[in-house]
Design a protein around this ligand. Sequence first.
Ligand SMILES: O=C(O)[C@H]1O[C@H](OP(=O)(O)OP(=O)(O)OC[C@H]2O[C@@H](n3ccc(=O)[nH]c3=O)[C@H](O)[C@@H]2O)[C@H](O)[C@@H](O)[C@H]1O
Length: 437
Amino acid sequence: MSKQMSHLDNIPSTPGKFKMEKSAYVHHRLRWHSSLAKLTFWSFMFMGMILIFFFRSPSSNPLPQDPSRRSLRTYNWGGPAWEKRVRSSARIRSRNGISVLVTGAAGFVGTHVSAALKRRGDGVLGLDNFNDYYDPSLKRSRQAFLERSGVFIVEGDINDSALLRKLFEVVAFTHVMHLAAQAGVRYAMENPGSYVHSNIAGFVSLLEICKSANPQPAIVWASSSSVYGLNTKVAFSEKDRTDQPASLYAATKKAGEEIAHTYNHIYGLSLTGLRFFTVYGPWGRPDMAYFFFTRDILKGKSIPIFEAANHGTVARDFTYIDDIVKGCLGALDTSEKSTGSGGKKKGAAQLRVYNLGNTWPVPVSDLVSILERLLKVNAKRKVMKLPRNGDVPFTHANISLAQRELGYKPTTDLQSGLKKFVRWYLNYYSGGKKAAG
Ligand SMILES: O=C(O)[C@H]1O[C@H](OP(=O)(O)OP(=O)(O)OC[C@H]2O[C@@H](n3ccc(=O)[nH]c3=O)[C@H](O)[C@@H]2O)[C@H](O)[C@@H](O)[C@H]1O
């Protein structure tokens, strides 16, 4: 160790305690060394902070975390083998069958609708971008489940016009079931761009291709109960106002309804929007309350139960997936043909919107009680005020229009539907991932 260093060793850590009897020279040298050490130390700290900032900065992150940039991802598609799979999956195998492009096929509703169409002999081709809004492995399991039923899911984004054009070149789809979307009411505050990207830009991109397709397909697509927003008139009817969305999610779905009107008006596309009311069931979405409540009750974690102002009840018209599937098939089967061709309208075309709910709102606290009974575990309930993040206090569907025109008739109450969900959940997460379905 050098002499100078040994001097430094004598420097007390607390200023003001230095022994004043040392010579002025020594004192000066020590002060100089002390400043040098401090300077070196702070230089390193400064450099370190810059490096940390640089590596954590989103703009320098090579992997886009923002789903609104998902279109930057490249997918492999094309080639004779790929086209053969596309054709085979979309081939109609029953008399009077239809050929349907299902967007969002690896999603919750998309999986069930695709499987149901395939079961009755319709041609079905799936399209999904497998984004990571929630655990993509669940989407992969749904894909494997559909694969076993003969449904091929093309990996790609609805914003990829070249891919969509190619799909319509390979198959003359009679229908499109458009379920690809950025879902979730609360996440819209975290990532608004992803809602615009999928629910508005993506929808327009799809409609652009559909309007130019020959023949034009009829389109059925997922709107949402959330379009009723701050509407207080119950039960929600299609005639009620939908101009007060409470979340950006709701606003993009409402925008979708207006965009549908435009494409119907200008190009003669047949368009049917379905306002789904809090759909639940096996293969569901892990971001939804019934799903993560189940997970957290089993883990012994507390679950936040929202309540409205003045301890008011928060309730949802929870609708079981099988009922929703029947509504979707009813909408496809009653769709009239689009009237345009080559991008030109030839006459008036069908434009519809329907509520698909259960007509039986259930308080969220009752949902938790049902889960407790089914799981045989008491929940750690943490009641809290409904956050101001887009949630609405209640939903309640009037379904008479869908009943009359689509033959829609929900038959599953929340207790029976959750029983089926819990059975699936326990099977799926106890290692039976392949068999679950
Ligand atoms: O009908 C729709 O169009 C929408 O339905 C669904 O939205 P929501 O009805 O809000 O479902 P979901 O999040 O399961 O919350 C259920 C209940 O639990 C309450 N809730 C929620 C979270 C929580 O921590 N605590 C709580 O009490 C919460 O206040 C609510 O009362 C879809 O996610 C959405 O994509 C869209 O399709």
